[in-house]
Design a protein. Structure first.
Length: 289
């Protein structure tokens, strides 16, 4: 004959049942941070696969790894992001829809002091602005400004930005003598703890400054040295955009490779097989103190 459970044993049984149920719920519902990360990842996937991106742009994904690169730079949809010298808008087409609802995207068109490029740059800026204005549903939360002589105009850049991003631009600033002024401007634009994300064609260690200017390939040591001089700390390095097939010794420098093919049809198949350049991907932080 079974003994009747005592009030104490019944209370213990109920407590154990409640604990088991709580554990089951905890296992079934992911932590808020995990759920948020999954939602951010899905939103980034949607931006990368969105119809605003042309097929020609998508063809570069295998070389530029946009999801892995932006994830390495710790981009989130609620941030304010400043992209430098967007060119035709390859990354803009991803960042704009990703940040549209909860964040903010600033685009700083680089105004080179090279007078010979003035007409070309003006045409490119006008085309970029027209394309963004024609699709407000995608680009309605984008503000276009200018970077000239290490100073921004067109939007506030005084310690209020979460991320500054630059893709394959540093070699131009070295040639123009603007690299240090620009890096100081990026530092000033960022919040304490903000991140500067750099992707750049990577030269072999020991490459001279003149070779850097002529070839478009920059040494990692050069970038790190000048970023540190501007106040940044190196916070991470990624090989996501590395290309070991790139020998970096071509008649037209990095511009021999796709997508530029500056040599025309000469050795085009060889350069196509190499693909886009070997690139460093570096993450710098503005110290929080």
């Amino acid at each position: 004959m079974n003994a009747h459970p005592t009030p104490k044993s019944r209370a213990l049984r109920y407590s154990l049942a409640a604990l088991s149920a709580a554990l089951l719920v905890a296992c079934a519902v992911p932590p808020a941070s995990t759920a948020s990360a999954r939602a951010d990842s899905a939103a980034l996937d949607a931006a990368i696969s969105g119809p605003q991106r042309a097929d020609k742009a998508r063809a570069r994904d295998d070389y530029r790894h946009p999801k892995e690169t932006l994830t390495f730079f710790d981009i989130a949809p609620s941030q304010s992001v400043l992209e430098i010298a967007p060119g035709g808008g390859w990354y803009t087409d991803i960042l704009a829809p990703y940040l549209r609802d909860h964040g903010k995207l600033f685009e700083a068109q680089y105004d080179s002091p090279n007078a010979g490029l003035a007409a070309e740059e003006q045409s490119g800026r006008a085309s970029f602005a027209h394309r963004l204005a024609a699709a407000p549903a995608v680009y309605g939360n984008v503000t276009i400004g200018t970077l000239r002589d290490g100073r921004f105009s067109g939007f506030p850049a005084d310690g209020s930005v979460d991320r500054v991003l630059t893709f394959r631009n540093i070699h131009n600033w070295i040639k123009d003598g603007q690299i240090d002024a620009n890096l100081r401007a990026f530092y000033a634009a960022l919040k304490p703890g903000g991140i500067l994300g750099v992707e750049e064609h990577r030269a072999a260690p020991g490459t001279s400054l003149q070779q850097i200017i002529d070839s478009g390939y920059v040494t990692e040591a050069y970038v790190i040295e000048h970023a540190r001089a501007a106040g940044f700390e190196l916070a991470g390095e990624s090989e996501v955009n590395a290309n070991p097939r790139d020998t970096k010794n071509y008649p037209h420098g990095v511009w021999s490779l796709p997508p530029t093919y500056e040599g025309g049809d000469l050795d085009r198949a060889r350069y196509a097989a190499i693909g886009e350049s070997d690139r460093m991907t570096l993450r710098f932080v503005k110290p929080a103190h």
